[in-house]
Design a binder for this molecule. Structure first.
Ligand code: FE2
Ligand code: FE2
Length: 307
């Protein structure tokens, strides 16, 4: 019985991977900003020139830069100004954020609220960056991008295989499980695998692909991910995800909250006594992000009721 289920699961996964390969890729400017993030010597003009070719994306980026999240943007009216006031890394993050949000035009349904999903994603991006900065990680801007798309497989699921995705959400709600737990119980396709396939299709950096694949398994993976140089980032996003759920910031399909395991915390922070101050830092960063969310995803709408 289980074996039959596995066969049909593999077939469905194959057909979904085919459909993913037909989805549009990200705009050219995203790949340009990713290069910039890897190149400390890139010039402001270089990035502004590419961005200015995409009028609607530059307008979105300027709106985000002036959203109030960046208190020092000071009414920037050009991309050059925005870069000068909030920095190249922040502008690159905004370009990426706007471009990814633009790829999905999905309406919410009662059991899955798309705006709350984006709020969760943005929350995990900001929390991941905050943790990376407090650990002195050398690429906090890239860690932010990894956090932003960690659950992107859920949107792929919702867009391409909606009936099954809504059943997973419903099961998680009734059984008080997380989506990852419900996927295991129901032996459905893990959203992590769909996220991995999409980030691969988008040719995003390996760090982002591995976070999409491993963000629920960072302590138990015994394959290549455990020895990958991105293992530390996978753990950071795993912790950020748990903290954002426990702070009830946004909603990604389930109400269940799981505390981070002590060994995960110790592995990341050295001592679990460092967790409370970190939660406080994350909480402060998230409280500033509401304006950013409104600029990307619009004003508040009804979210699925928690129980
Ligand atoms: Fe997830
Ligand atoms: Fe998540």
């Amino acid at each position: 019985m289980t074996f039959d289920r596995k066969l049909s699961r593999d077939q469905t996964l194959r057909s979904l991977v085919e459909k993913i390969s037909e989805l549009p890729t990200l705009p050219h400017v995203v790949y340009k900003v990713l290069q910039v993030l890897n190149n400390p010597n890139a010039s402001i003009r270089q990035i502004a020139e590419v961005l200015e070719q995409d009028v609607s994306l530059s307008a979105q980026v300027l709106r985000l830069a002036n959203s109030g999240f960046y208190s020092h943007a000071g009414g920037a009216t050009t991309i050059d100004r925005a870069i000068t006031s909030i920095g190249m890394d922040s502008v690159s993050q905004l370009v990426f954020t706007a471009a990814v949000f633009n790829q999905f035009e999905l309406n919410s349904v009662p059991s899955f609220n798309v705006r709350e999903f984006w709020k969760h994603s943005l929350g995990v991006a900001i929390a991941s960056e905050t943790i990376a900065q407090s650990l002195g990680h050398r690429e906090p801007a890239l860690v932010y991008l990894s956090g932003l798309v960690h659950d992107i497989g859920k949107l792929v699921y919702f867009q391409l295989h909606r009936d099954e995705w809504l059943q997973v959400c419903e099961w998680a709600r009734l059984e008080r499980q997380t989506i990852a737990e419900a996927e295991t119980t129901l032996e459905t396709i893990p959203h992590a695998e769909l996220g991995y396939e999409l980030t691969r299709h988008w040719r995003l950096p390996l760090m982002i692909q591995e976070v999409a694949l491993g963000h629920h398994n960072s302590m138990t993976l015994v394959n290549d991910l455990e020895v990958s140089e991105n293992a530390a980032v996978i753990r950071i996003v795993n912790l950020a995800n748990l903290l954002v759920h426990s702070l009830r910031y946004g909603h990604s399909g389930h109400n269940a909250v799981r505390n981070p395991k002590k060994d995960l915390v110790v592995q990341i922070l050295g001592d679990d006594a460092n967790l409370m101050p970190l939660i406080h830092k994350v909480h402060v960063s998230l409280s500033r992000s509401e304006q950013l969310l409104i600029s990307v995803a619009g004003a508040e709408s009804t979210r699925p009721s928690a129980n």
